[in-house]
Structure formats: C-alpha cells, structure tokens
Design a protein around this ligand. Structure first.
Ligand code: G3P
Length: 237
C-alpha cells in the first residue's frame, strides 16, 4: 500500500508548500497530494483554499490575484521560520523531476469553475511526460469527465465526501479509474470489491496507524495521510 503525504507532510510543515513536499520525500512517502487553483493571470498555483486568508499572512481570492502578488506573502501560518512561498504547479513538477514520487493533483474547481484549468494541468503533465506519475482528482466530477475527454491516458479518481452506494460502480458512468473516499465511509467490503474490480482506492485522511495497518492488510491501493513519517514506519513493520 502506497503512502501519499496529504498536502505534503502537513502535520509538521506548512501545507501545500515545497517545504512540506520535500519533507514528505525525506521521510519516505511514495507520493504527495496537492491542490490547485488558477490565478488572475491564468497560472496554476498550489494551495488548498480559494483564498489565501487561512494559510498566509495576506488575504484575498486566488482568482483575483496574480502569481507575483501571491508570492509577496509568506505561507508558514502555523509555524515560524520556514519563510516559504506559494508555488506554481510548474515549480513543483520541476522538483518532481529529481525524484520518483507519485503526485495526486486535486483540481479545486468545485466552487469556482477556473475555465481552462483542466487543459492547462494536462498540458503541463504532458510537457513533463508525467502521465504515469500523476493521478488527477476532483470533487467536481464534470471536470473529471472533461479531463478524460482531453486525455484518456492520465489516471483520474472521483473524490467524494458522502456515503455513496457502490462508488466502485458509479465511476463507470464518469469514465474514471479510481475512487478517493473519506475514510469514515470505507468498509472492508469496499476495499475487497475494489481489489476484485481492479479499481484503485485511496482513502483520505488516514492518520490512525491501526487503520493504516488494516487497510494495508486488505490490499488498499494507497492512503492520504498528514503523518507520512509515522505511516512509513508502520508499513515497515
Ligand atoms: O484529496 C484528498 C483530500 O485532500 C480531499 O480533501 O479537503 O483535503 O481537499 P481536502
């Protein structure tokens, strides 16, 4: 079972920043999860919320600011001394060239449409030849359908937060390969069914080590965790 660092090593480092991604690699994560939005000047930036209010010393919506404006703030809101900035997806991909990490790019287009986001992200993945290392996901399943229409070779996974009936069958209707369910709705049967049907399943956000052990034993594909270091140690036992 693979370990994906949720927003990087976000328990101990500023989420969705290069500091958190590099820390995840250092503690042995197999992959990172990150979130993307489009700026006013149509650049793809890595951040979770639609605004920078929670995670920086600034304020405002991503869609109303340029990359230059966004980079004038610091993003170590919960910590001190990291002096870290917002990154473009291009900058993260440039770093990913130096390692073998997998990367889940979550398109944060469920509140704002961010017209052209799918095309831009897929173009960048092609530029870096990362087709096999990236999994695209979104709570906006119309957007995933669009991604598959643009390029069918990049894996997509339906991200959801509700208690769905047979999610492993639902995904056929939107033509995506995998599911990213909330851990509270992940039963043993769901993992077993996904395994049987060859459907990648990566629950979020799993910070309990007993749960990680159970999921691994059942043959779960991967988990998203805020504590990749602890998870890596657990998986070595
Ligand atoms: O992509 C898995 C997980 O990150 C989804 O929840 O709120 O962190 O985007 P959220």
């Amino acid at each position: 079972m693979k370990i994906f660092a949720h927003r990087g090593y976000s328990r101990n480092y500023p989420e969705n920043t290069m500091v958190a991604f590099k820390a995840a690699e250092q503690v042995g994560a197999d992959g990172i999860e990150l979130d993307v939005h489009l700026t006013k000047d149509h650049q793809i930036v890595v951040i979770h919320d639609e605004t920078i209010n929670r995670t920086s010393n600034g304020s405002g919506k991503i869609k109303d600011m340029t990359v230059k404006e966004l980079k004038s703030f610091t993003y170590d809101y919960r910590f001190t001394g990291f002096n870290t900035s917002i990154s473009t997806l291009d900058e993260v991909f440039e770093w990913l060239k130096e390692n073998q990490l997998m990367c889940n790019v979550e398109l944060k287009n469920n509140l704002y449409e961010y017209k052209g986001l799918e095309e831009k992200v897929i173009e960048l993945i092609k530029d870096y030849s990362f087709d096999r290392r990236i999994v695209l996901s979104s709570f906006n399943h119309h957007s995933l359908l669009k991604c598959k229409e643009i390029n069918n070779s990049i894996e997509c996974a339906a991200l959801y937060s509700d208690k769905l009936v047979h999610p492993e069958r639902y995904i056929e209707s939107i033509k995506v390969e995998g599911i990213h369910p909330p851990i509270k709705y992940v039963t043993d049967e769901l993992i077993v069914d996904c395994k049987k049907m060859n459907v990648p399943i990566r629950p979020y956000t799993v910070n309990n080590m007993e749960t990680i052990e159970r999921l691994a034993q059942l043959g779960c594909t991967a988990v998203f965790t805020d504590v990749p270091e602890e998870a890596r140690k657990k998986m070595k036992n």
